[in-house]
Every structure is written in C-alpha cells, then in structure tokens.
Design a protein. Structure first.
Length: 353
C-alpha cells in the first residue's frame, strides 16, 4: 500500500465542540482504482481533488454506491469500529446490483485500519461524538455511452461528527412521492436513492417537519422507512418494524437494535405495518414511542407524526425504551460493558519509536 502523508494537518482548524455532521473531512483518504479488470494497489494520500474530466461516467449514469459507518473513542482512549464487516458486505451487495466490481476484503479492511491509524487524532472523545466513515465506489471511465463503466474508483473518507439531530424530530407520512419500487434498487445504498428523496423531504420541511415516513410505492398503505433511517414503533408493549424487502435498506443499526430487544426479552414483530394501524395507535395513545434507527443518528426519537393535515403527538421520554436502547448501544461502542456480540473491532495504533 502506498502512503503519502500530508505536510500540513488541518486538525488544528477544527472546533471539536461544534461539529456539523459531515462538514469537516479528515486529513487523509484511501483511494484504489479498478482498471483492466483488476484492482490496482491501494494508496492513502492527503484529502484532495478528483482527477477526472466532465465525461466521468458516474456523473452521467449514476453508477455510485456508498456506506456509512463509525469509529468510536472508547472510555480507555482506544479506537474501535462498529461492525465494519457488515458494511463491507453491504457495499459489495450494492455493487453487485449496480454492475460494479466486488471490493476485496483485504483492500477494504486493511486500508480502513491503516487510514484510522494515521488519522486517529481525528476521532473525537466528546459524548455522543464519533468518526463517521464514508466508503464509496463510483464508475470512473470517461465516456458517455449508456452502458456500465469499465473502470471504477473505491475511496474512504472520514469525518469527525457530533449528533445528527440535536433533539426529537417531526415526521410526515408521505403519500404522494415514493422512495423505492419493487424490483428496483431500494435495498442498496445507491447514491441516486438519496438524491431522489431530497425534493419530497424539502416539501415536508416547508410544512414544518424534519423528515418523511416513506410508504409503499403501489398504494401508500404500508410504512417502510423514516427518511434515511429504518423505523421502530412501540405499540402497547410490542416493538414493530417493517420486514426487509427489496425496497428497504437492511440497516446495520436496525439489525443490532433488534438483537438487543430480543436479548432483553421484549416483544418485537417484524411485519407489514399499515398507515391506518399506526395513525389509529397514535390517535388513541397506544403508540408509546417511535424512533428512527441508522448510523448517522443511531436512535432518533420521533415526537410528532403528521398524516393528511393532522399531527399526532408521540411520547419521547428521556427514560423510555428508545433512550435505553441507545444507551445499550453506546455502552458497547465505548467499551463500558462487555461486547458479548463481538460487534466492535479495535484499531491498533502504532506507538512512536
């Protein structure tokens, strides 16, 4: 692996007490090119500019996918990543659907570990802070014929981040626009899935909401995701979450939270959930809590659900199940409790000679 270190770190320019999500990028990045049917030697270099022309294939045909994951500064000062192999596997699943090559594990994992070792000072130690990790791949041939690219570029960027949402959120049940359709690419982390969501989300924001709850593409009768997150609802004493389909992203945080809920012996059902059922539960007070689950926000409490012009207030207790689940996850990530699930992967930092 080639390594070129920056001659001037930007670390001193960062206010770690004020970290807007995704704004500040760390000093170095991992880059690896796929050419002539094989992956080239990966390299770590200073964060910088792209080296392509306006004929870049990804700009014209959208062959691009990414992942979102995090590394944490544990209570003892060490650094550990949360379930990186799950994100590696999901990126390759997205790549398969988008006709992009599979990334070898040694390129992904060895490159990621070395990148974090080099930029370890960028991992925050403040409460509710972490180093967000963005692996991504895009088509990097330079032609405008409508077919898959020949060349690809894999890259990893990192960014120190604070909380994604500063408090609870208001969501609107979306019944006009669609995030994903059956047989499509909704289960992947394709870049286009997110670009297509910006407009309906912006319309919801104009109405006073933070995000939308996506519904099925055919009849808008069943809930699917909440913005860029999976959705969990506590109805009575039972957690409900929609089952995975080819329209719903298989969230790593979702999988982890389901495991923790089952471990606690709490009731949980993965099944289709109708809009009508949730609106009725909210109206009668049987919807006890609601929250989004994802890498960026981890657990984001929902205090309002809007449907057809009516807003329903949802309890968002600071000592409720949502916050208890978030604490369970954070305690594992920060090394405050035993990691019985083996979700954390420590990063070895070489000591100066």
């Amino acid at each position: 692996m080639k390594i070129e270190l920056t001659t001037k770190s930007r670390l001193g320019d960062i206010d770690f007490s004020n970290l807007p999500f995704g704004k500040h990028l760390s000093d170095h990045m991992l880059v690896c090119h796929f050419k002539n049917g094989q992956w080239q030697e990966p390299e770590i270099r200073p964060y910088g500019q792209l080296e392509f022309s306006y004929g870049l294939h990804a700009l014209h045909y959208g062959q691009a996918a990414f992942e979102g994951m995090k590394a944490y500064r544990k209570a003892d000062g060490s650094i550990s990543m949360f379930r990186p192999l799950d994100n590696f596997a999901r990126l390759n699943k997205s790549a398969e659907r988008l006709m992009m090559p599979q990334i070898p594990e040694e390129i992904f994992m060895n490159g990621l570990k070395k990148l974090l070792e080099i930029d370890e000072k960028w991992v925050p130690s403040e409460d509710d802070h972490s180093l967000y990790i963005r692996p991504f791949m895009f088509a990097s041939s330079e032609f405008i014929a409508a077919r898959q690219s020949d060349d690809y570029t894999f890259c990893i960027l990192t960014s120190p981040v604070g909380p994604y949402y500063s408090g609870t959120v208001k969501v609107k049940i979306e019944q006009e626009y669609t995030r994903a359709t059956g047989g499509g690419i909704g289960y992947t982390k394709a870049a286009g899935n997110y670009g297509g969501a910006f407009y309906p989300t912006a319309q919801a924001i104009k109405e006073g909401y933070n995000q939308v709850i996506w519904t099925d593409h055919r009849d808008h009768k069943f809930i699917e995701e909440s913005g860029t997150m999976n959705l969990m609802l506590l109805v009575g004493d039972t957690f409900l979450t929609p089952p995975l389909t080819d329209r719903i992203l298989a969230g790593v945080t979702r999988r982890s939270i389901i495991a923790l809920i089952k471990e606690r012996g709490w009731n949980i059902e993965e099944r289709p959930i109708s809009v009508e059922e949730i609106v009725e539960a909210a109206r009668t007070g049987n919807l006890k809590e609601a929250f989004g689950m994802g890498t960026a926000a981890v657990v984001s409490q929902i205090d309002t659900i809007g449907h057809q012009g009516t807003n329903y207030t949802i309890p968002a207790p600071k000592d409720g199940r949502a916050m208890e689940i978030k604490k369970m996850l954070n305690d594992i990530r920060l090394g405050l409790v035993e990691d019985t699930h083996h979700w954390m992967m420590d990063v070895e930092i070489a000591q100066p000679a």
